[in-house]
Design a protein around this ligand. Structure first.
Ligand code: MG
Length: 201
């Protein structure tokens, strides 16, 4: 199969006194998104879409919410792992499209910055990332942020692709080693590979 599609969805409640991060961007707002990690609802949805596209499970199977290592974690780490999974499966991202559903803050003024940042995290051009936002009309979801994401992948075929795939896999392994060392130092626990089916929140 040369192309694959993936879909991801996530939701987080707003909570006072928590920094707000969406799409990897720190956003000035009185409330942030509650969660075991940094609560980045958009990166979680994209992570699930990537994992789903290669049938590699979901975010909770790699990062269980009860695991102390992922307390307040930067969700870019989750995205990095999902990207390593799709490269391991022999694919690369063609494009990503997303929709945020939330009342506030308004995403329009920062959607361009968010698009560029998400594209950078994914290693693709901003032209291949869609960031859209809607208010939750009629959903009685005033204090919640939801994110939907779809991704399209294509198989790596060219010799140059395989070469770059090897380089990416090597850099992913190095990154995972660094992350493992960091979390061990911070939390004083030995890193392991947890598998669980619960969602990270
Ligand atoms: Mg989440």
């Amino acid at each position: 199969m040369d192309i694959r599609i993936g879909y991801g969805w996530d939701s987080h409640a707003f909570k006072p006194g928590v920094p707000l991060k969406i799409g990897g961007l720190s956003i000035e707002h009185p409330e942030g998104l509650a969660g075991h990690s940094d609560g980045d609802v958009l990166l979680h949805a994209i992570t699930d879409a990537l994992l789903g596209a290669v049938s590699a499970g979901d975010i909770g199977s790699f990062f269980p919410p009860g695991d102390a290592r992922w307390k307040d974690a930067d969700s870019a780490i989750f995205l990095e792992l999902a990207m390593a999974e799709i490269v391991n499966a022999g694919y690369r991202i063609v494009n990503v499209d997303t929709t945020l559903v939330l009342n506030a803050p308004k995403i329009g003024p920062i959607s361009s910055d968010m698009r560029e940042h998400v594209a950078e995290l994914l290693g693709i051009l901003p032209a291949n990332v869609g960031i859209k936002a809607k208010t939750p009309e009629g959903l009685a979801a005033d204090h919640v942020a939801q994110a939907h994401a779809v991704v399209l992948l294509e198989r790596l075929e060219e010799p140059g692709d395989v070469q770059s795939m090897s380089a990416v896999m090597q850099s992913q392994r190095e990154l995972e080693d660094v992350v493992r060392d960091l979390v061990s130092q911070v939390h004083g626990v030995a890193a392991k590979s947890p598998f669980d089916t619960e969602d990270i929140t």
